[in-house]
Design a protein around this ligand. Structure first.
Ligand SMILES: NC(=O)c1ccc[n+]([C@@H]2O[C@H](COP(=O)([O-])OP(=O)(O)OC[C@H]3O[C@@H](n4cnc5c(N)ncnc54)[C@H](O)[C@@H]3O)[C@@H](O)[C@H]2O)c1
Ligand SMILES: N[C@@H](CCC=O)C(=O)O
Length: 666
């Protein structure tokens, strides 16, 4: 490096640094950092004096050194500052984050942590151990007829639906239009186009990956309190300013009625954002309980090396929020590919997080061709993690793709996926009948059965079946089905033509099966929207196709067992499907409940006693299943966040040793 002989333009006034103009009066200007750097160099024993100092510009890079320092000791300025601030040597000697980001056209906000985290030159970014605000579940609102909240929500629905929105890609903070667009329609009214959205091609995916990698060093160096503040702010924005807009998009776009939109888009999104913040603090606080005399042991929770790929399903807006936000909170940068059937709500959620302060490049919003984009992402050497929620078949396919690419990767990718279910209600003869019936109607048919947790198989003892059937069928037939814009409707449309065709094929299969009888519903129409009546199938075969496969729609299949066969039925429940997501036992007899709970240990990651098998609440029932239902990493708990960090243990020795021999050598 010949830079020592060059004049130093940065000492002479304004300069471009990290892609942005800084003035020499700015405390973050490299020149103003020199005295502190000299002091640090002195402490490291690299120089004998602390006076003087120069900054050196060499091509794109900026270097800092005290006067007369040996050339090989010179470090890039931004790298050294980072090292001081975070006490980590993030060695990227050839390309500093600032230069890399500047080349990609990112602003210095994404590139130069020292400029944004210090107010007076180099400072330790953490000057206290802060106490978080108290974190509680966001209260649900009732939206009673005639209430102001219902009126405001419906006004938001009206406004959002009054035009076709255009959704861009967002890469490195820039809205990108590629001209290759698709539409998202209202599933309850197919003629209403809610939005057109851009589809990322290979070029945009590459830019999104490179931008995420460039933003990484800035984001991981941001103190956890600042990252937490961003997501707490996002939670508050969802809970207040954007609550109705986000709900309206989930109602119109995903066919949710008011209640279902409230518990998903509003409260669950808020809960994920807030509870994750609390969990991140709990994780950071996990430190070795013991340090030997003269030693300080510490653990740092590093984000993963590389980028995270978040792929979200259509059915929960909140799940999309969590898939992108959870890894980001822990210091990762993320590509978020939303479902084609939920682009509008997911984009609104994304935009809220940007407004809350998520910096450019940290979360890239990239709808697109799922298969092509995923193939490209999985071939990238810095792919660090898949954060997926969706169907089992897609997840298994992705897992195989990752395995095929394993030799390309820098690290073993973390594969996190929550997938399908075939969830059960097992009713014991001692159960409270009305409770079991009503829980089953809700569990099977709310949101049209399009919850991974939805009850889709029911086991009832013969002694109860007469009354049970009457009440179950009467209740189901009384369900109002129609557009979600009418608050009276308990059910709305299923999500799209493919879902409609799949579900109605199952209904027809049952109609034509000798061992099945349709005892409620069975009717459907896709004339205006994708409407399917809640359907109950009674089967005499506990291993019938409809008892085994995920239908993901409003179809419940019932098997009636002999009361004396409760034990055998427990075994049947456990053996019927490859899934293990949710399940419930209904019993007033405590021993029966305990017995079922024990024997069904591995059949459900979320198990309920005398309650429906849906409706897990963040912070209360961490969610997820095992077997074919996923990796059970429990979104809504600290366990999930642990998947997005790679801890580093640090042992610091306070005392020097004076020789290498052991006492026993003497
Ligand atoms: N266990 C859980 O927590 C949970 C929660 C919600 C939904 N789900 C499951 O999700 C499914 C319903 O959601 P969905 O219909 O959106 O699921 P899906 O699997 O069809 O799609 C999920 C995501 O994967 C993408 N995708 C589809 N094909 C792909 C491919 N070949 N390669 C890469 N990506 C691909 C989609 O575009 C979407 O973004 C159900 O099976 C349900 O049980 C599970
Ligand atoms: N968390 C939800 C399910 C999410 C899947 O669709 C529940 O418990 O009902």
């Amino acid at each position: 490096m010949e830079a020592h002989q060059q004049p130093d333009p940065l000492l002479e006034g304004d300069a471009v640094y990290g892609g942005e103009l800084v003035t020499s009066a700015d405390p973050c200007h490299p020149a103003n950092l020199i005295p502190e750097l000299c002091r640090q160099f002195y402490q490291l024993g690299w120089v004998t004096g602390t006076g003087g100092g120069i900054s050196i510009r060499d091509g794109d890079s900026v270097y800092i050194a005290p006067s007369g320092v040996q050339k090989e000791r010179v470090l890039p300025a931004d790298l050294f500052v980072l090292a001081l601030q975070t006490r980590q040597a993030m060695l990227r000697p050839l390309q500093t984050s600032a230069v890399r980001a500047a080349r990609l056209g990112l602003s210095a906000r994404s590139a130069s942590p020292e400029k944004h985290y210090s107010s007076s030159g180099i400072r330790v970014p953490q000057l206290a151990t802060f106490k978080l605000p108290e974190i509680q579940n966001e209260p649900t609102r009732d939206y009673l007829p005639g209430s102001a909240e219902q009126a405001q929500l419906m006004a938001a629905v009206e406004e959002l639906g009054s035009k076709t929105h255009h959704i861009p890609l967002v890469i490195n903070g820039k809205e990108v239009r590629v001209g290759n667009t698709q539409q998202q329609v209202n599933p309850g009214n197919k003629s209403q186009v809610l939005c057109t959205y851009e589809n990322a091609g290979p070029k945009e995916v590459e830019e999104a990956i490179e931008g995420a990698l460039a933003a990484k060093s800035m984001w991981e160096a941001m103190p956890i309190y600042d990252r937490q503040a961003i997501f707490l702010r996002a939670a508050d924005l969802v809970a207040t300013k954007y609550r109705y807009k986000l709900m309206a998009a989930s109602m119109l776009g995903q066919g949710k009625n008011i209640w279902q939109a409230e518990i998903d888009a509003a409260t669950e999104s808020v809960d994920f954002l807030r509870f994750n913040v609390r969990y991140s603090s709990e994780i950071y606080a996990q430190q070795p309980p013991f340090s030997a005399p003269g030693v300080w042991n510490r653990v740092e929770y590093r984000p993963l090396e590389g980028f995270v790929y978040a792929v979200s399903p259509f059915n929960f807006t909140a799940i999309g929020v969590n898939l992108a936000a959870a890894p980001a909170l822990m210091g990762n940068t993320v590509l978020w590919k939303p479902s084609n059937s939920a682009v509008l709500s997911n984009y609104i959620a994304y935009d809220i997080m940007r407004e809350a302060g998520v910096p450019d490049g940290v979360m890239q919003f990239v709808p697109g061709d799922a298969a092509a984009m995923t193939k490209q992402v999985f071939e990238h050497p810095e792919f660090a993690s898949l954060h997926f929620t969706g169907s089992t078949v897609v997840f298994k396919h992705m897992w195989r793709q990752i395995a095929e690419n394993i030799d390309r990767y820098k690290s073993y990718p973390r594969i996190v996926g929550e997938t399908g279910g075939k969830n059960y209600h097992l009713v014991h003869p001692s159960a409270n009948l009305d409770n079991a019936v009503n829980c089953t109607i809700r569990g099977a048919f709310e949101f049209q059965g399009q919850k991974c947790s939805a009850c889709s198989r029911l086991y009832v003892p013969k002694s109860m079946w007469g009354d049970f059937r009457d009440k179950l069928v009467a209740g189901t037939e009384s369900i109002q089905l129609g557009p979600v814009t009418d608050p009276k409707n308990f059910m709305g449309p299923v999500i799209n033509q493919a879902a409609y065709d799949k579900i109605t094929n199952y209904i027809e299969y049952a109609r034509n099966s000798g061992d099945c009888e349709i005892i409620a519903g069975g009717k459907y129409s896709d004339k205006d929207g994708f409407y399917i009546r809640p359907t109950i199938v009674l089967t005499t075969d506990p291993y019938h196709k409809l008892m085994k496969e995920e239908i993901f729609g409003p179809v419940l299949t019932v098997y009636v067992y002999d009361d004396a066969e409760f034990d055998a039925t427990i075994d049947t429940v456990g053996k019927t499907t490859p899934y293990g997501l949710t399940g419930a036992v209904f019993a007033e007899d405590r021993l029966a409940a305990v017995h079922a709970s024990t024997r069904l240990l591995n059949t459900a990651g979320n198990f309920y006693i005398n309650d429906k098998c849906t409706g897990a609440v963040v912070g209360q029932q961490p969610f997820g299943g095992s077997r074919a239902s996923g990796t059970n990493d429990k979104p809504g708990s600290p366990a999930l966040l642990q998947r997005f960090v790679s801890p580093r243990s640090i042992k610091e020795n306070m005392l020097s040793i004076s020789g290498y021999t052991y006492p026993s050598n003497q």
